[in-house]
Design a protein around this ligand. Structure first.
Ligand code: PLP
Length: 433
């Protein structure tokens, strides 16, 4: 018999719900998945990667690309990506300190390293409600307490944030608050973008309450470039004057981006801009893991930017996802409009439609609806309750995240139809229709 007891951190890292969903997908191969957060397989840029690899390895002395890199990321690649980021931020490249840029193995690694570098058990993280459920798992692993802040269609409410921070100060817990986490563009799971007006106000609230220690605002901009309708808003990071006057104003926003959604999740390249004092602890932790993310993949990403192929690809990707978004939303209108108490948010970007059912219709893994949808109607979704802190007793249990990233338009429409049948039957069974 084994005498092994996993470490506390391993025990706190319970299997992510994503694992359960993937298992369900494998066991129900004929299921249409509105659950998978994957990107559109057909959109993945095989040709561009081939061309970029040919450019890289056709050049003289390309062996260095196959060598170890540096923990923080290849300097020349960071330089190229700084220019790309400066374009998005509408600033000069020099306004973004090169030595504060980090390249990671997907942005997920950055989120995890930041959590390890910033939180001790019992520290507090404030999050939008709902929020990215994988990060909630990361916060559990490091023993952080998570508090949900009121969130509406304009994103996290600055007044709600201010109120909760005030209450924590009253109860003597302000020192334990280390971070506010916001997915700022077309978020996962609800497709919501923090409005322009709220962006500086969230940062102001964080600054106001950073009296005892720095409260960082982690801006997760994973879906920033998947915008289909509107002009891209300035990032919350762009309001952080600490990056312009670092000697007089603390730097408080951590900007996290990724090329997973806009190019390929398989290359696993994430990009972060970190406040000065976080670079060393995060690099030290990363050094323990890998001495640096894959050198080859960093060069690939740099090459597609330098050649202009990235932008061309992104333009066609937006077009592709815009059409799918339209299919998902029009299918929601067609199939769910007649169901009383069902509503949804039409996103301006990203990969998700967030749907709310009457409160009595539970959507969790153990719910009759989930069973009915997966077993009888062969369609799968992500239960909304996963996207709220698990300790929150008042978390809503009647919502669903519906992804339009993976399925092709016909299957997407069919998936929405099947789900509407499952919901309608469940409502009838519970006497709601
Ligand atoms: C909001 C959000 N942040 C971060 C990530 C991590 O993505 P990656 O590690 O591929 O960059 C995801 C992935 O789905 C996400 O939805």
């Amino acid at each position: 018999m084994s005498r092994f007891t996993p470490s506390v951190i391993a025990q706190r890292s319970t299997e992510q719900a994503i694992g359960f969903l993937m298992q369900q997908g494998i066991e129900n191969a004929d299921c249409l998945s509105l659950a998978a957060g994957f990107v559109d397989l057909e959109s993945l840029p095989v040709e561009l990667v081939l061309e970029a690899a040919t450019d890289i390895f056709g050049a003289a002395n390309s062996q260095h690309v196959l060598q170890y890199g540096t923990t923080q990321g290849v300097p020349a690649v960071r330089d190229t990506l700084r220019t790309y980021l400066a374009d998005l931020e509408n600033c000069k490249p020099e306004a973004i300190p090169l030595d504060q840029i980090m390249l990671t193995t997907g942005s997920q690694q950055l989120l995890s390293l930041l959590a390890q570098a910033i939180f001790d058990p019992g520290d507090i993280c404030l999050v939008a409600a709902p929020t990215y459920f994988v990060f909630l798992g990361v916060l559990d692993s490091v023993g952080a307490n998570v508090i949900a802040i009121d969130t509406d269609n304009d994103g996290m409410c600055p007044d709600g944030l201010d109120r909760v921070l005030g209450e924590l100060a009253e109860s003597g817990q302000l020192e334990r608050v280390k971070m506010v986490y916001v997915v700022s563009y077309h978020d996962n799971p609800a497709g919501i973008t923090v409005s322009e007006e709220r962006r500086p106000r969230l940062l102001e609230a964080v600054r106001r309450w950073s009296t005892k220690n720095t409260i960082y605002l982690l801006e997760d901009a994973a879906y920033r470039e998947l915008c289909y309708d509107e002009v891209m808003l300035p990032s919350i990071w762009s309001y952080d004057d600490g990056f312009r006057s670092p000697d007089s104003i603390p730097q408080q926003v951590i900007l996290s981006q990724t090329f997973s959604k806009s190019f390929s999740p398989g290359v696993r390249v994430g990009l972060g801009v970190l406040p000065r004092e976080l670079i060393k602890p995060v690099s030290d932790l990363k050094g323990n893991e890998d001495f640096g993310s894959a050198n080859v993949n960093q060069h690939l990403i740099a090459r597609v930017h330098e050649s202009g192929r990235y932008q061309t690809h992104l333009n066609s990707l937006r077009e592709r996802y815009r059409k799918k978004r339209d299919v998902a939303v029009s299918a929601a209108e067609e199939y769910f409009s007649d169901l009383t108490g069902v509503s949804w948010h039409s996103p301006n970007g990203g990969l998700y439609v967030w749907m709310s059912l009457p409160e009595q219709i539970a959507t969790g893994f153990d719910s009759p609806l989930f069973q009915r949808a997966t077993q009888a109607h062969k369609v799968m979704y992500v239960p909304g309750e996963l996207c709220y802190p698990s300790e929150d007793e008042n978390r809503p249990c009647h919502e669903m995240r519906l992804s339009f990233g993976v399925l092709q338009p016909d299957d997407l429409r069919e998936g929405m139809r099947r789900l509407s049948v499952a919901v309608s039957e469940q409502m009838q069974e519970q006497g709601l229709a």
